[in-house]
Design a protein around this ligand. Structure first.
Ligand code: UDP
Ligand code: MG
Length: 316
């Protein structure tokens, strides 16, 4: 099969018939063998009935329906597990992404050998409250991930080689960072294609402004995982040692001040009056905590079943 189209959706009943017939038209014009996998993320409207009736008219349509709303990332993850095509295309269900982009995305994966091609909504039809923070967000993601050629990490329209989606796990809200997940899994040929974007025709966006806060926290998590995921002691040991050295120097300062005050006056000052005393206490306790966090982290990674999973490029 040439293409699997994975579509996560949450309450998108109005868009589904139009989206499906648009995809069907593009697929038959290009002669692709395909499947559409609708992952219904716990919709409370009539989306599932609509999907059922669409599937009864087209055997290429499949569906997985969650019993409740888990989020876009779990929906994508489950869709990836089921997808059988050589190339996997993901797109949003709200008609903001255009199926007309699919043939070129397919060609870039199959013809140019990309592992992943991400859409770039160069001209966006979203409110300013979304487009401006998104620019900042993408600039940070580029810097942290080291994927310098991507302008739009969170574009719903993306294409993957089949084995890429089988080797990444999209969880939580990590759909924003799939290129980073793919890079961490060893897939570094990541391309970009400018894609058409439409304003939302029906319904409303499912994400609020908290997306930006959560987005940054997730980026910090991924950065930590990719740098120190299997060697947490390298980070926490360094921090712990640094704190301990600062604490030790502060103790020395307290000691020296005490000796000086004993030698130079009849009334020696109390160590509890010295700022260095509290500094040494705080630093030593924090240093110890960092160290212990590092040890616990090491024990946890030691037990991780994936600690020795490596993506082999070639073997004789
Ligand atoms: N979506 C989903 N589960 C959710 C939220 C969203 O499957 O919990 C789907 C949604 O139906 C749409 C896609 O993810 O197909 C993108 O969502 P949306 O259009 O609301 O995001 P935006 O375009 O505003 O970034
Ligand atoms: Mg949308």
């Amino acid at each position: 099969m040439d293409i699997s189209i994975v579509i996560p959706l949450f309450n998108e009943e109005e868009s589904l018939p139009e989206l499906t017939s648009w995809i069907e038209r593009v697929m038959s014009e290009n002669g692709f063998s395909y499947e559409i996998i609708f992952v219904n993320d716990g919709s409370t409207d009539k989306s599932q009935e609509v999907i059922r009736s669409l599937a009864s008219a087209n055997p290429n349509i499949h569906s997985i329906a969650f019993s409740r709303n888990y989020g876009k990332s779990p929906a994508l993850n489950v869709g990836f597990g089921k997808a059988c095509g050589d190339v996997i295309i993901t797109m949003d269900a709200d008609l903001q992404d255009s199926p007309d982009e699919i043939p070129e995305l397919y060609r870039m994966i199959v013809g140019e050998g990309y592992d992943l091609v991400s859409g770039w909504k160069k001209k966006r039809y979203d409110p300013l409250s979304k487009t401006i923070p998104t620019k900042l967000f993408n600039a940070t993601a580029r810097k942290v991930s080291g994927i310098k050629n991507l302008h739009d990490f969170n574009c719903g329209l993306k294409a993957y080689r089949n084995d890429v989606v089988k080797h990444i796990e999209v969880y939580g809200d990590m759909h924003r960072y799939i290129p980073y997940l793919a890079k961490n899994a060893g897939y570094t040929k990541i391309g970009e294609k400018v894609v058409q974007h439409q304003a939302r025709k029906y319904g409303h966006t499912k994400f609020g402004l908290d997306r930006f806060v959560n987005g940054y926290l997730d980026l910090a998590t991924l950065w930590f995982q990719s740098r120190f995921g299997v060697k947490p002691m390298h980070l926490f040991g360094l921090l712990g040692s640094a704190m301990f050295v600062i604490g030790f120097l502060a103790v020395c300062a307290v000691l020296i001040l005490k000796i000086v005050s004993i030698c130079s006056s009849t009334f020696a000052f109390y160590v509890t009056n010295s700022v260095y005393f509290y500094l040494s206490l705080a630093c030593m306790i924090m240093g110890l905590q960092f160290f212990l966090t590092g040890f616990i982290g090491e024990l946890i990674t030691r037990n991780s079943p994936e600690r020795n999973n490596y993506l082999i490029a070639e073997e004789f």
